[in-house]
Design a protein around this ligand. Structure first.
Ligand code: PSU
Ligand code: MN
Length: 310
């Protein structure tokens, strides 16, 4: 534990304590706070998500880079700083980490960067909303999120609501197969599509309880697979906003992105904000609901895993 200091990271005392005593910890990303939602709903949601993790028996560890220092676990002031910085924080994927640290910047970590840090400090479970994937027309643009390659090389389990249909879901699953990533849908046969419970794509396997998820994580680790696991938890039925409403907003936002030449790392935040505007906030409400649901299930998975290891 002591070498965290020499690695130039700050691990919050409560997180450090939990890790050294085998208490369940759940990693949380910060791009979802800075770029995924507007202020102040982002701060409110971040706090509520941490609270849900606690209520379900685990310690939350939101990960971000502040003044060039990777932080594992944020206090209230730090969470507030990040939420109010919004898009002024740098969206930090794996490739961006050294630059943000070297320039003493404030970095909001994406799934790939959050997995990287979670793995460094030994947090096996990470909760988010949705992950990045293969973009539509990705076979031409090669815009494939580093979240997918990170899942292929870093042994952290990611609890998500799947992949948005702003992306190419079937190619995303193909790419995850190529990367050797275990992908499991939670209490369903289909891989979920974030706002909607079904994507039309069959998931490679199904798990039905937090204990089953924990066994999958434990088996992967004991086998030394060396890669991540992606869990797809469908948005709760009562919160699934009308699929067709959101789908048509997505189509329009995609067209606007093309018309305005918005590509690369700017594309996802643009599409998310535009879909939220076009659906009059329905997509934001759905987004918040699914993240909370993932936090509840992710915390239970982390608890089941730490119980197995006692
Ligand atoms: N998808 C969402 N919400 C998000 C993101 C993706 O539904 O907030 C964020 C996550 O941080 C994810 C990142 O890791 O976007 C992927 O960005 P890119 O497509 O540029 O790799
Ligand atoms: Mn990209």
């Amino acid at each position: 534990m002591d070498n965290f200091g020499t690695m130039g990271m700050v691990v919050a005392p409560v997180v450090r304590d939990a890790l050294s005593h085998g208490v369940a910890v759940v990693a949380l990303e910060s791009t979802i706070i800075s770029h995924g939602m507007p202020y102040p709903q982002n701060l409110e949601t971040a706090k509520q998500v941490e609270q849900i993790v606690k209520e379900n028996g685990a310690i939350p560890a939101t990960i971000a880079i502040l003044d060039g220092v990777p932080h594992i676990g944020l206090n209230h002031e730090e969470l507030k700083l990040l939420a109010s910085l919004g898009k002024k924080a740098q969206k930090t994927a794996r490739r961006d980490i050294p630059y943000v640290v070297a320039t003493r910047g404030n970095g909001a970590t994406t799934v790939s960067a959050t997995m990287f840090f979670a793995s460094k400090v030994g947090i096996p479970v990470f909760v988010t909303g949705g992950i990045g994937g293969v973009h539509r027309h990705g076979e031409k643009t090669m815009d494939i999120s580093s979240d997918l390659t990170e899942l292929g090389r870093t042994p952290v389990a990611v609890i998500s609501a799947g992949v948005k249909s702003i992306l190419d879901i079937s190619r995303t699953l193909e790419y995850l197969e190529t990367q050797g990533v275990t992908v499991a849908a939670y209490r369903t046969k289909e891989f979920p599509a974030f706002f909607t419970r079904s994507s039309g794509c069959k998931a490679p396997c199904q798990v039905d309880t937090p204990e089953e998820c924990a066994r999958l994580i434990d088996s992967s680790e004991k086998l030394g697979m060396g890669c991540g696991i992606l869990f797809g938890v469908p948005i709760p039925e009562e919160h699934a906003a009308s699929g067709s409403l959101i789908e048509s907003a997505i189509q329009r936002a995609l067209q606007e992105a093309r018309d305005n030449g918005i590509t690369g790392s700017a594309e996802t935040p643009f599409l998310l904000a535009r879909v939220s505007e076009l659906t009059g906030g329905a997509s934001l409400a759905a987004n918040i609901a699914l993240v909370k649901n993932n936090a509840r299930i992710g915390a239970r998975i982390a608890v089941a895993l730490s119980n197995m290891r006692k």
